[in-house]
Unconditional design. Structure first.
Length: 67
């Protein structure tokens, strides 16, 4: 379970960071919509991915300290 949480956290973090960076770039170029979604919604989805990554990695860290 620890390995699954670790990889899920890593993948969610990378995807969230990439999505946030892409949404910020789109907004700086003046686009309000990208791929049928508002750019703000894409930024929020990226931030949510990074939050999920933080929780997964926090669970791994707290699980290690209990042993």
């Amino acid at each position: 379970m620890e390995i699954l949480l670790l990889w899920a956290g890593r993948i969610a973090g990378i995807v969230g960071l990439a999505l946030s960076a892409w949404a910020a770039y789109q907004r700086l170029t003046g686009a309000f919509f990208a791929g049928g979604f508002q750019v703000g919604t894409m930024l929020l989805a990226g931030m949510t991915g990074m939050l999920i990554a933080c929780f997964c990695l926090l669970l791994v860290l707290t699980g290690r300290s209990r042993r």
